[in-house]
Design a protein around this ligand. Structure first.
Ligand code: FES
Ligand SMILES: [Fe+2]
Length: 377
């Protein structure tokens, strides 16, 4: 009898597909957020640089009801979020300045303030103590703002955002508003999330790393892209003719990024789609990524519904494929670059402005345009 044929270990069409293609439904959702046992340390993977400053999402607006208190962990810090009776979201460091209780687990909303569950001290959104029910006087230093560190909060585009700056400098820019979000003709957000075991910097390089699209995502080709870096903004426009049953259509993918955690992508042409793609660092080697999609309701409900869902599925699949690499790679400070690589170093220089106030000031008003060539296999 012949030996059974050896197992075919070839991994066509792309090796990373093998890691994720068998995952479907709830298994895929769980994989995206799962821990990764046996991870190498942040030091070994060279993922130790500080978090970049900017606005970052801490939750969706509809995840925080009036009177609700939530614990979250971002920037290697324990935080507590609550929504007061006035509807405002507020964020403080989670540990009470009295005896250190974690107010995200048991604290409650009283009026617009947060009451610690241990001895009922209350804090306002500035982090000042507003009441101690069993004391005759509040200690003077407890009455000051930031007795517990407070975080600037902004609620926009269906998200609660906090401003992170390592030295506590105030926000340096305002968040953009996306008209589609919450408008009557557009679908409620379709939401997806991942835990990626890498630094936010390495995820940031992905957009301009043009070569990987051919090998990781197996796109047959992609069009010339124009990238404009203007201060802290990056806009990238890729235009292409797209074949449809109704003939060729002018299509475009327009990326608009305000800062490392704040991305927005519009797919235009066949079917309009707005993707708000936001990243929030959890640790030096862990990022919480959220993708929120909205599309015209009439398209999503009509004959184009299948295509509408396919666009979303494909974008998420690409992120799954990237995650398999991001989770294990290390950061190369000085990558060996070849002539076919995209403008990775320009993107890295842009990123650096979010690490130092000086670099941020220097980048203001400076504009550069980069064109990447069309590629195909
Ligand atoms: S520890 Fe919070 S009130 Fe005592
Ligand atoms: Fe990618």
């Amino acid at each position: 009898m012949n030996d059974p044929s050896p197992v075919d270990a070839r991994t066509s069409p792309s090796s990373v597909w093998k890691l994720v293609e068998h995952l479907k439904g709830d298994d895929l959702v769980a994989w995206r957020m799962a821990d990764l046992p046996g991870r190498r340390s942040a030091e070994e993977r060279n993922l130790t640089e500080p978090f970049p400053f900017g606005w970052y999402v801490v939750c969706y607006s509809d995840e925080l009801a009036v009177g609700e208190v939530k614990p979250v962990r971002y920037f290697s810090r324990e935080l507590v979020i609550w929504r007061g009776e006035d509807g405002q979201a507020r964020v403080l460091d989670a540990y009470c300045r009295h005896f250190g209780a974690h107010m995200g687990h048991g604290g409650r909303v009283v009026g617009n303030d947060l009451e610690c569950q241990f001895h009922a001290w209350t804090y306002d959104g500035t982090g000042a103590v507003t009441g101690i029910p069993y004391a005759k006087a509040i200690p003077p230093q407890a009455k000051r703002a930031n007795c517990v560190a407070s975080w600037p909060v902004c609620e926009r585009n269906g998200f609660v955002w906090v401003w992170y700056h390592p030295e506590g400098a105030p926000p340096k820019w305002e968040l953009d508003t996306y008209a589609e979000v919450g408008s009557p003709g557009w679908t409620p957000f379709a939401k997806f999330e991942w835990r990626v075991y890498n630094s936010i910097r390495n995820l940031f390089d992905n957009t301009v790393d043009t070569a990987h699209f051919l090998y990781v995502h197996r796109v047959a080709s992609f069009p010339e892209t124009e990238i404009v870096i203007d201060g802290h903004y990056l806009t990238s426009v890729a235009r292409a003719k797209m074949g449809t049953t109704k003939g060729m259509v002018d299509g475009a993918i327009v990326v608009r990024s305000m800062a490392p955690g704040q991305g927005c992508t519009r797919f235009e042409g066949i079917l309009e789609t707005l993707l708000v793609n936001v990243l929030t660092p959890v640790e030096k080697d862990e990022v919480h990524a959220r993708f929120a999609f909205t599309q015209p309701q009439a398209e999503a409900d009509g004959p184009m519904g299948g295509l509408a869902r396919a666009i979303i599925r494909d974008v998420c699949k690409q992120f799954d494929q990237d995650k398999t690499i991001w989770d294990r790679m290390r950061h190369e400070d000085q990558p060996l670059i070849c002539d076919g690589d995209g403008p990775v170093m320009a993107s890295r220089t842009r990123y650096d402005q979010f690490l130092s106030d000086e670099a941020f000031e220097q980048a203001k008003g400076k504009k550069q345009t980069i064109r990447t060539k069309a590629r195909s296999e």
